[in-house]
Design a protein around this ligand. Structure first.
Ligand SMILES: NC(=O)c1ccc[n+]([C@@H]2O[C@H](COP(=O)([O-])OP(=O)(O)OC[C@H]3O[C@@H](n4cnc5c(N)ncnc54)[C@H](O)[C@@H]3O)[C@@H](O)[C@H]2O)c1
Length: 334
């Protein structure tokens, strides 16, 4: 597969499952120029999907992320419950509920519709790709394609190989993701939780440990995250951060601190009690914090607003920012 020959405009792609993430992945692919077929497995999707995609596109255009009229994008979107409309799609991304039986049934329908060489990706959050691969007929063309919400503003995309995925196709997907305005990561070997969820859940576990152990409140843990890691993480990851701030200190602290970190394996009581009591977070105004319905709605809106601001900062400081500065310096000297 030769990337120099790619014409995104002529490359149909499919998205199966038009819930929260499916709609924002669809928006990202439309803005990138693909014709998109969105499969709505539920009647509810048929009702809301176009409206959701339109709302995303409206905001993206307002924020300067997309430069066509909404109808120019919508014309290139087909929403249907008929899987056979995926026949021409070069890549199909599954984004249905995080339930292996549902995903299994959906893969079967996708494989029955697409060509033998089409790529299939799953937006699973945490089911190992090698396990999902056991449920497809052609595992070599199957990958994890893990997005984050909102998929059309974030630069994040994890491409994950299962044991049987073709590595060359993975590299192709990695290059292609740059056309989707992503700064992708490629996990060549499968591991539960992939890269990002392993990092994040290590932090979530310690956060519960601090609160449940009475060391700090939920509010204080959140403030520490925001104002420490939140301050530098859009510019650098943990390794560059340690380089920037000096390795010996980390080395010294690790010796005494690591043995004291939580390694509990059971679900923390704090979240267990809340979930068993019906809490969903801002979605139903019930979570670690108390919300009025108006506050919950405003948190959702504020997050959306913030995602555009952070995207602008992320674009100002791409991963190769220093290489670019060096190139600019050598051009100005030459
Ligand atoms: N929400 C996030 O921030 C996020 C981030 C990364 C990955 N994911 C993953 O993306 C996937 C979708 O998550 P979401 O947040 O969009 O969920 P969602 O609940 O908003 O959407 C789920 C969609 O699954 C489909 N679906 C539901 N029941 C089905 C059935 N019986 N058969 C076929 N399809 C069915 C429907 O299209 C439905 O809209 C999950 O695997 C999730 O783990 C979500």
């Amino acid at each position: 597969m030769d990337l120099t020959k790619i014409d995104i405009q002529q490359m149909p792609v499919g998205v199966v499952g038009l819930g929260l993430m499916g709609c924002s992945i669809t928006t990202c692919l439309l803005i990138s120029g693909h014709p998109v077929t969105g499969i709505a497995p539920l009647a509810a999707d048929m009702g809301h999907a176009e409206e959701r995609v339109r709302a995303h596109l409206t905001k993206a255009i307002e924020e300067g992320l997309a430069d066509k009229n909404i109808d120019d994008y919508i014309r290139r979107l087909t929403i249907t419950d008929d899987y056979s409309r995926l026949a021409d799609c070069k890549i199909t991304i599954e984004s249905t509920l995080e339930d292996i039986d549902i995903k299994k049934a959906v893969f079967e329908k996708i494989e029955a519709a697409v060509s033998p060489t089409a790529i299939i990706g799953s937006n699973t959050s945490a089911i190992p790709i090698s396990i999902l691969q056991q449920h497809v007929r052609r595992p070599e063309r199957f990958f994890g394609l893990h997005w984050t919400e909102p998929a059309y503003t974030t630069r994040f995309l994890e491409i994950i190989c299962g044991d049987l995925s073709d590595k060359e196709t993975a590299k192709y997907l990695y290059e292609l993701a740059h056309y989707w305005d992503k700064e992708p990561t490629l996990a060549l070997k499968d591991i539960r939780g992939f890269i990002t969820n392993r990092l994040m859940y290590a932090m979530y576990r310690e956060a519960f440990n601090l609160v449940e152990g009475g060391y700090a409140s939920v509010e204080d843990v959140d403030r520490a995250c925001r104002n420490n890691a939140g301050y530098w993480m859009t510019l650098v990851g943990v390794f560059r951060w340690m380089d920037l701030t000096g390795l010996p200190a980390y080395h010294a602290v690790m010796k005494d601190l690591l043995p004291t970190l939580s390694n509990k394996t059971e679900i923390p009581k704090l979240i267990d009690d809340l979930v068993k009591d019906g809490a969903k977070g801002v979605a139903n105004a019930k979570g670690f914090y108390d919300y009025t319905p108006e506050e919950a709605k405003l948190w959702q809106e504020t997050y959306r607003e913030f995602s555009y601001d952070i995207m602008r900062i992320a674009k100002k400081y791409p991963a190769d920012v220093v290489k670019k500065k060096l190139a600019a310096l050598s051009t100005s000297k030459g």
